[in-house]
Design a protein around this ligand. Structure first.
Ligand code: SAM
Length: 405
């Protein structure tokens, strides 16, 4: 055996693996995004590795799953992601507004919206491939109205809801039928529309937003607010030794191309995917990945308090025909920085822990491998997560909001 202690994720009695499919409050599902970990995984580590009142940070927060689970359970959730659409989603999770305010905004928009004054011929052909002119005019008008909204958390929340309905396969999605978790290639959509004589749907954007609001607020929102940042994870705007727990998942080699996968959402937010791609970390080189992880882990070490833990969710990924166990790659780097590697939690236990794995096609690819790191001494809380009754601690349902108002 190698030098790290392996724990089988399915062998943990109250593991997140035993949560039912789709576990987590509806706010988690404001917008689907590729490369996300499940809310149950974030919940498990928040409950076991932090306490009420603690600061829980995810420096690569994606759609904000870990910071939301933190806020829901009385911790202060802090999320950071360099991609603008991930920032919007993270902020919506940690600074949600009450449903009442969203409905008031939609009522106001119904009175104010004037889509007829918009000329869609100026919009990029690739974007137009997804929408009827009728729908696209409304999207442009809604975007401008959001920009005029003074309350920044409210404006951000409506943006996040728009990202969630911008494209997808159902009747509340504004586009032709396509994936809702990533923006599909415009060339493919153009061909698909032409070859199949697809009629681009005429949607009433505000009606779709209303239905989205009903769904998103179904289970309430956390009463604890957190913070969202849009920085490089290697230089966070966070003080030294101020964080109690880190739960995060850095970019995996070239497995996810976050900018391209979100190109239509980035267009809606006023960015091009090319400019975002240049900012985000993405590589196929093991050396560059090691360099990036060295800097990112140094930053995590800097902001983390002593005697606290950092949970780094990685994978076993295929790279140029070889399978790479990212935990085995990152563990020595973490030790060099000063962390203790407590364990590697994995979906399967390797026969021999080798740095690189040369396996058959498809073997072990994309399995979760999680590094449990400690800065100093650390023991998880001695509690059991009960997935049949796990309820958020700090939820506000809308009727309570009305009573308070
Ligand atoms: C594996 S994903 C995280 C997903 C997240 N755990 C979730 O559940 O949604 C990695 C994230 O790192 C972000 N990213 C890439 N380079 C970055 C950088 N240099 N600084 C901060 N974030 C970065 C990407 O935008 C992506 O959202």
């Amino acid at each position: 055996m190698g030098r790290y202690r392996y724990i089988l994720s399915y062998g943990i009695r109250d593991s997140w693996k035993y949560a039912r499919d789709g576990w987590g409050i509806a706010l988690h599902r404001i917008c689907s995004r590729t490369g996300s970990f499940p809310p149950s995984l974030a919940h498990y580590f928040v409950m076991k590795y932090s306490r009420i009142g603690d600061v829980v940070l995810d420096p690569f927060s994606g759609k904000g799953t870990a910071p939301l689970e933190a806020c829901l359970n009385g911790r202060i959730g802090v999320g950071n992601d360099l991609s603008p659409e991930a920032y919007v989603l993270t902020r919506a999770k940690v600074r949600p507004v009450p449903k009442r305010r969203v409905i008031e905004w939609i009522d106001y928009a119904e009175r104010r919206l004037d889509p007829s004054s918009y000329d869609v011929s100026e919009v990029d052909d690739d974007v137009r491939a997804f929408y009827s002119n009728y729908t696209l005019r409304q999207i442009l008008a809604v975007r401008d109205l959001i920009d005029e909204t003074d309350d920044e958390d409210l404006a951000n929340f409506i943006k996040a809801m728009m990202l969630g309905i911008l494209h997808g396969p159902t009747k509340i999605h504004l586009s032709v039928r396509c994936s809702h978790s990533f923006s599909m290639a415009p060339g493919y959509i153009k061909r698909y529309v032409k070859e199949n004589g697809v009629k681009k749907p005429k949607r009433d954007v505000l009606k779709c937003l209303r239905i989205k609001a009903e769904r998103v607020f179904k289970d309430g929102i956390p009463s604890v607010k957190g913070f969202a940042y849009m920085n490089d994870a290697r230089s966070l705007p966070i003080e030294d030794e101020s964080v109690d727990l880190v739960v995060t998942s850095p970019p995996y080699f070239n497995m996810q191309t976050y900018a391209w996968d979100n190109w239509l959402r980035l267009w809606f937010l006023g960015y091009t995917y090319e400019e975002v791609r240049r900012m985000l970390f993405q590589t196929e080189s093991i050396k560059k990945f090691e360099g990036f992880m060295t800097d990112a882990l140094k930053e995590i070490f800097r902001v983390l308090k002593w005697n606290r833990a950092a949970i780094i969710v990685l994978g076993r990924v295929k790279l140029k025909g070889k399978v790479v166990d990212m935990a085995e790659l990152v563990a020595p780097i973490a030790e060099e920085i000063g962390f203790q590697v407590k364990s590697i939690i994995s979906d399967s236990i390797p026969k021999a822990n080798k740095y690189l794995w040369y396996l058959k096609e498809g073997d072990g690819v994309s399995k979760e491998v999680i590094l449990e790191l400690a800065k100093g001494e650390f023991q998880p809380n001695n509690i059991q997560v009960d997935w049949s009754s796990a309820e958020p601690l700090t939820i506000i349902k809308d009727y309570e909001e009305v009573i308070k108002a």
